[in-house]
Ligand binder design. Structure first.
Ligand code: HEM
Ligand SMILES: *[C@@H]1O[C@H](CO)[C@@H](O)[C@H](O)[C@H]1NC(C)=O
Ligand SMILES: *[C@@H]1O[C@H](CO)[C@@H](O)[C@H](O)[C@H]1NC(C)=O
Ligand SMILES: *[C@@H]1O[C@H](CO)[C@@H](O)[C@H](O)[C@H]1NC(C)=O
Length: 535
């Protein structure tokens, strides 16, 4: 007996070692297969980046190019095929090629039902959300666009004073109040706490937004999701549940810390619900509470059939952390890009003067409270400066990308049939950089959209939130970003204050944005010199 146990123990490490070796070997074979594979796409669809080889070697070449040079592949595909109204295949090594339609087929793409083409699945896969977001997949709806649409966006008007107050306090702290000396600031590193504070102020109130531990947890949570998602994507599906936790261990720690702040609040609210004298807390909550926890509860009650899962504190907490990620990172990146675009444009000083004047003119108009929803909607130059930066330097390449979920596949307008599981869509990047849509397309022209745009109908200023088939930074159609109204509000208030309060020293060259697959990172470490203006 004893010797049997000894043998079992002695061989345990060997079994473990053998399993890991086998798993790595399978992963390797799978990657090799992927690199040469046609992904069951019909042979009449041309691949970009294959050079002279129209075979598996060509596909391997273009798959490798997709890692760091996706931009070149997109430019080639757009010029060669899209401009000739043809469909092409864009390799995307980590999670499979994408079929790119010409712009004339956008309306076809938008008309397809969600049970034929699913946009949500692409986003989930892009971020590997099932493995990178803890518990997010406990329910179907990890981020809850509904709460953003029905609670946050509706109540935005109530938050404008809070947002302005927080922007001012955060700028004082991170960009300083010295009107004499220029100060060198790391743009991304200062925008991160500033935007985190604004977003948390709106989501969870003043007390938590002033707690630096909490804002830093929220601002850093799954911040490097692009890297974790890429790493997880390399593994075959059956191994992802095992490797996922390895690549996301630091985020898991952050998530647990975030949860420890929220749990007492959630439990208090739930306890109140159980008290006999309070039948139901509604948005007309007598204590006027207006924060994410309240929205989540209100939302759960508003359903015809109340689902108990929606009251699980862990579900509420995990959805909050994913929402904080979606809201904070996208706005930090966008504002960082916009500030660099303004600083590096030849009209830097003039642009800041125009923005400042716009803010002051509207603030002086006695009929409007500065920074109210109505006042903000009149600040069309602020809209334009941000929209133009998103057009030129948006952080995702795709415009509308969907995955075929109909089991029998789908027939494209050109007659090609693509199987279930394939991704098909439009590249926003290509459309945003087409001279036919935007003259001088590679130039940052801050007030391009304030002057109005002829190809978009009447010459009217284009608002930041208005998506179209030539502006897809928030995607377009029924799955466009539900957070864009909130984003516009906080970004305009922040950039408006920056223009009002600071001079920015112009720079000669815009630091480049780095591509990693379809993620486009802003300058992360570069600095600018700023100085508070004398008022
Ligand atoms: C400038 C800032 C932002 C940009 C450029 C942006 C961009 C986008 C894009 C392109 C998508 C579509 C992704 C896809 O379908 O593949 C999206 C979806 C989404 N965004 Fe944003 N976003 C921003 C801010 C925000 C904010 C502030 C929030 C939350 C308050 C938010 C919440 C969401 C959610 C929940 C989705 C998923 C929608 C769904 O699944 O139907 N976003 N965003
Ligand atoms: C939001 O503002 C409106 C109008 O100012 C007010 O009637 C309402 O009570 C506010 N709601 C909350 C939840 O604060
Ligand atoms: C943040 O909140 C935590 C928990 O409530 C508290 O222990 C900590 O002291 C707070 N930190 C700051 C800087 O206020
Ligand atoms: C948004 O853009 C579309 C298409 O260009 C246009 O028809 C619509 O009027 C615009 N809406 C707003 C509010 O500007």
């Amino acid at each position: 007996m004893a010797s049997l146990w000894q043998i079992a123990f002695a061989s345990a490490p060997n079994i473990f070692g053998a399993t890991v070796t086998a798993a790595l070997f399978i992963t390797f074979l799978n990657l090799v297969r992927r690199i040469f594979s046609t992904a069951s796409l019909p042979s009449n669809l041309p691949w970009v980046g294959v050079g002279k080889f129209n075979n598996c070697l060509g596909r391997a070449k273009s798959n490798l190019a997709s890692i760091f040079h996706l931009k070149n592949l997109l430019d080639e595909g757009y010029a060669k095929y899209s401009k000739n109204d043809k469909t092409y295949v864009l390799p995307y090594f980590i999670n499979g090629p994408q079929v790119v339609l010409p712009p004339s087929q956008i309306s076809w793409l938008m008309e397809q039902a969600d049970d034929v083409l699913s946009q949500e699945l692409v986003n989930r896969e892009f971020l590997q959300a099932d493995y990178a977001f803890f518990h997010a997949n406990m329910v179907d709806n990890p981020v809850h666009p509904d709460i953003i649409q029905h609670q946050l966006t509706k109540k935005l008007g109530n938050f404008t004073d809070d947002i302005a107050d927080e922007v001012l306090a955060a700028l004082d702290e991170y960009w300083g109040t010295d009107t004499e000396e220029w100060r060198e600031v790391k743009v991304y590193d200062t925008m991160l706490p500033i935007i985190s504070r604004i977003s948390i102020r709106v989501f969870m109130g003043r007390q938590l937004c002033r707690n630096k531990t909490f804002t830093s947890i929220c601002g850093n949570y799954i911040r490097k999701v692009a890297l974790a998602a890429a790493a997880i994507s390399l593994f075959p599906n059956f191994l992802k549940p095992f490797v996922g936790p390895i690549f996301t261990v630091f985020d898991y720690i952050l998530y647990r810390r975030c949860r420890s702040f929220l749990m007492p609040i959630i439990h208090d609210r739930l306890d109140e619900l159980r008290r006999p004298d309070v039948l139901k807390i509604t948005s007309e909550d007598p204590q006027g509470r207006n924060d994410y926890v309240q929205w989540a509860l209100d939302h759960a009650f508003a359903k015809p059939v109340v689902n108990p899962v929606e009251f699980d504190p862990r579900v509420i907490a995990s959805r909050f952390s994913v929402l904080a990620f979606a809201a904070i990172q996208s706005s930090v990146i966008t504002l960082t890009n916009a500030i660099f675009d303004i600083a590096a444009s030849s009209e830097c000083a003039e642009s800041l003067t125009t923005l400042r004047k716009e803010v002051l003119d509207i603030a002086e108009d006695a009929t409007a409270t500065p920074w109210s929803k109505t006042a903000l909607s009149r600040m069309t130059h602020l809209d334009s400066a941000l929209r133009e930066s998103l057009r030129l330097n948006g952080f995702v390449e795709r415009g509308i990308m969907k995955k075929v979920v109909a089991p029998e596949g789908v027939t494209l307008p050109d007659g090609s049939h693509i199987p279930c599981g394939t991704k098909v869509g439009i590249s926003g990047y290509s459309i945003h950089h087409d001279e036919a849509n935007y003259p001088d397309a590679n130039k940052y022209d801050a007030f391009r959209f304030a002057r109005g745009h002829e190809t978009e109908g009447k010459k009217r200023p284009q608002r930041l939130v208005n998506t179209s088939d030539i502006f897809m930074s928030f995607s377009h159609g029924s799955h466009s970003c539900p957070g864009r109204f909130f984003a516009a509000n906080q970004l305009k208030t922040a950039l408006g204050h920056i223009a009002l309060l600071y001079d920015i020293e112009p720079i000669a060259d815009r630091p480049v944005n780095k591509w990693f697959f379809g993620h486009i990172a802003p300058p992360l470490t570069e600095t600018l010199r700023v100085r508070r203006r004398k008022m």
